[in-house]
Design a protein around this ligand. Structure first.
Ligand code: SF4
Length: 283
């Protein structure tokens, strides 16, 4: 008997697909190497520093790495990350100071209330299975606390709007599903809250040294809707369509953000306006 087809969907695929399915197809099948941008360096440096500190907390019952060691670690991370930047969207000085301020907010303002059960927790959980196919969800959760909190660290230039995240965010649905269906012995926390079938996902947005929080509750209805959404994506990825539907109606479809602009939508304006210019920017 022929085995079942296994389809793996990463949580980031869902976010990218929501921005534009064609951009998701191109990212996986025909990727464009993008210049390393300063906002990526900012996020990666803070993430890496939190991971170092979090791993120390894991091994020392919630005790963070001593601050003098963390300061040296942060200096090294800043130098490495900033030296790699090819596309400065804000100055190096501003990027460095945002990294320091955001990590300090984590260290002094947030970490004292935490005791991690897992840091950078990789998961691969079964979402759906029929006689022909299995759909798996995968990703890496930034922080799962012994208290049951599921936290994702973001370093945006400004806080997100809560109503948008509650209405549209797929990451919260995927992560809560993964934790609710994980092996409780492996995680060391109850997989579902006592007396409740839902779980909370917390987005912690570190912006210039201030933490902004959005809590999103997800439960069985959200997870059932996720199954339908992923079935559609799995059908699409199994098809041999040469292109996938384009979405033009988000901030992403622009020469500033989509690395495919010049070979996709933007190629129809290049002769007229030049590469990397959008029609709505025409003087
Ligand atoms: S240019 Fe627009 S339509 Fe084309 S892949 Fe990018 S976001 Fe999608």
């Amino acid at each position: 008997m022929i085995g079942k087809i296994d389809i793996s969907i990463r949580q980031s695929d869902l976010g990218q697909g929501d921005l534009c399915l064609e951009s998701l197809r191109r990212r996986d099948r025909d990727p464009v190497i993008e210049p390393y941008a300063s906002q990526l360096a900012r996020g990666n440096a803070v993430h890496a520093a939190i991971e170092v500190c979090g791993n120390h907390m894991l091994q020392h019952d919630g005790e963070p790495t001593p601050i003098d060691i963390m300061e040296r670690t942060l200096d090294a991370l800043i130098e490495t990350e900033c030296d790699m930047v090819e596309d400065w969207r804000e100055t190096r000085a501003k990027t460095e100071s945002a990294i320091r301020a955001n990590f300090e907010e984590f260290y002094w303002g947030i970490a004292p209330d935490l005791n991690p059960a897992a840091v950078e927790y990789p998961f691969r959980v079964l979402l759906d299975e029929d006689e022909r196919r299995r759909i798996w969800l995968s990703g890496t959760i930034d922080w799962i606390d012994k208290s049951g909190r599921i936290i994702d660290w973001k370093n945006p230039s400004k806080p997100y709007k809560k109503w948008e995240k509650v209405r549209w965010d797929p990451q919260s649905t995927v992560y809560t599903y993964a934790v609710a269906h994980a092996d409780p012995d492996e995680l060391g926390i109850p997989t579902l809250r006592q007396g409740s079938l839902t779980r909370d996902f917390e987005l912690c947005m570190l912006v210039d040294g201030t933490a902004h929080w959005i809590t999103i509750e997800r439960g069985p209805s959200d997870w059932a809707a996720l199954v339908d959404k992923c079935r559609g994506l799995a059908d699409l990825s199994e098809s041999d369509l040469k292109t996938w539907p384009q979405s033009w109606n988000s901030w992403y479809c622009s020469p500033t953000w989509c690395p495919n602009w010049n070979t996709c939508r933007g190629r129809h304006y290049a002769d007229l306006l030049g590469e990397g210019v959008a029609p709505w920017e025409k003087k």
